[in-house]
Design a protein around this ligand. Structure first.
Ligand code: ACO
Length: 434
């Protein structure tokens, strides 16, 4: 925990015993204060109960700040809007990892370091070949990223700062190669090696869309859009996948295994899988005329249908990433000369939902995934790759958060407790008497 000085406290009283307990309140630099309950169990004999962690801060961090009510997202103090429009993904990675934006020399050196780690151990190609051709690329990602720890033994000692740094660079650098190979494997095309004279985003597009038999040049508009999508997904505080990475890492597991755990968590439709789900939903809705019917279904408690890409655990206002993504979406479609009826449908759905009192009362706004699927589709990515791209971009956030935790001298293994509602001790009954 940081040196935040307690300047206030709350008093909890156990009505059963009449005993009171003073719990310090810790203030951060921004955002809600926290009640420090670390001594609660030893003093009161009670745990706190917060399934879904809706009121629980699991760590202190200096990386990303979100104000969900105001729709603010900042990395190391810089707004996501500034980073998305004035910076690039590599400099954003540097910022997340090191706390400051790089100067020109630092930026050049960092880009070079990442570039020189993009190749995969050749033996890993055989690993890919073990998968079925129709495997979901996220299944391949979880497996291959976890397997990195079997290939890069010289960067798995988490106590060595240099090995931690090399593992961080390797993960950021190899993720595009791993993602592109997952795609190539599924469509039966040869793996395309990374090219060192290309930028991070362009190199990824090259490995994904080029074939060895002809030249490929990604349009600058596509490269810019790809880079911006990466920036918008780079980190997002203590979300489900990041908390998974931290929890896995808290036991001392190696970083490759921890990031594989994060990828598994991201896969779910309530998290990173939402952009894939948005597109399926728009296709299911099919036409503007059907919007009212689906809005009614989303509002019906007895219907499992939800508006995918709407709502967020933290944002109770417009997700600032969604605003940038919406703008990018128009730019990309215009530059590529694509007239996608799904974009029209998405905008109409957004308009109808935002003017419906149900969504207003529950503060449900479009999140980053609402528009990202449409851009990715325009860029020719199959839906199954959407969450993979999210994982690729989020790797830097996971790595930065993992490093921050490991480098905190007070970090402990994460071990939540429970409210037990099962049987008390009972007598064992032999099988013939059950
Ligand atoms: N459509 C319709 N109703 C919704 C939606 C939605 N998309 N999201 C929330 N609600 C309703 C809930 O039914 C609930 O209503 P109630 O209070 O009457 O029970 C209320 O709004 C609060 O919703 P919760 O599920 O309690 O909110 P929570 O914070 O747990 O969930 C989540 C947030 C998972 C993102 C949810 O809004 C959702 O499932 N959205 C769709 C999936 C999605 O887009 N996920 C991407 C998240 S962003 C990301 O990971 C990058």
């Amino acid at each position: 925990m940081s040196d935040t000085t307690p300047n206030n406290s709350v008093t909890l009283t156990d009505n059963r015993t009449g005993k009171s307990f003073d719990m310090p309140i810790l203030d951060g630099t921004s955002g809600p204060s926290v009640i420090d309950i670390r001594k609660l169990y030893s003093e009161s004999g009670c745990f706190t109960y917060d399934p879904g962690f809706t009121s629980t801060g699991s760590c202190d961090s200096s990386i990303t700040y979100i104000d969900g009510d105001k729709g603010i997202l900042r990395h190391r103090g810089y707004s996501i809007e500034d980073l998305a429009t004035k910076s690039d993904y590599m400099d954003t990675c540097y910022l997340l990892l090191n706390g400051e934006l790089p100067n020109k020399d630092q930026s050049k050196e960092f880009k070079q370091t990442i570039t020189y780690h993009t190749m995969l151990h050749e033996q890993m190609m055989n690993f890919y070949r073990g998968f079925r051709r129709d495997s979901h690329p996220m299944a391949i990602m979880v497996g291959v990223v976890g397997a990195l720890s079997a290939f890069y033994h010289d960067s798995t000692d988490i106590r060595d700062p240099n090995q931690r740094l090399i593992a961080s660079h390797r993960l950021i650098a190899k993720m595009p190669t791993i993602a592109a190979y997952a795609y190539k494997y599924a469509i039966g095309q040869p793996f395309v090696y990374p090219k060192n004279d290309l930028s991070f985003a362009e190199n990824f597009l090259h490995m994904t869309f080029s074939v060895p038999c002809e030249d490929y040049k990604a349009s600058p508009a596509l490269v810019r859009a790809m880079d911006r999508i990466f920036i918008l997904h780079a980190d997002h505080e203590q979300n489900a996948s990041t908390s998974t990475v931290r929890l896995a890492g808290s036991s001392g597991a190696n970083p490759f295994a921890c990031i594989a755990a994060g990828i598994a968590s991201l896969w779910g439709p309530a998290h990173g899988g939402a952009n894939e789900a948005v597109l399926s939903m728009l296709q299911q809705i099919g036409h503007k005329d059907n919007i009212p019917k689906y809005i009614e279904r989303a509002k019906d408690k007895n219907d499992p249908f939800r508006l995918m890409g709407f709502g967020h655990r933290v944002y109770k206002n417009y997700d600032p990433r969604a605003a940038v993504m919406r703008e990018s979406c128009h730019e990309v479609l215009e530059e590529l000369g694509i007239n996608d009826p799904l974009l029209e449908l998405a905008m109409e759905l957004e308009r109808v939902a935002l003017s419906d009192p149900y969504f207003a009362e529950k503060k449900l706004f479009p999140n980053v995934d609402f528009y990202s699927g449409i851009i990715l589709r325009a860029m020719n990515f199959p839906t199954s790759m959407f969450t993979v791209l999210f994982a690729l971009a989020r790797t830097v956030g996971w790595v930065a958060q993992w490093k921050e935790m490991i480098e905190d001298p007070h970090h402990k293994i994460g071990r939540p407790r429970q409210l037990f509602l099962g049987h008390e001790e009972r007598e064992f009954i032999p099988v013939e008497k059950r």
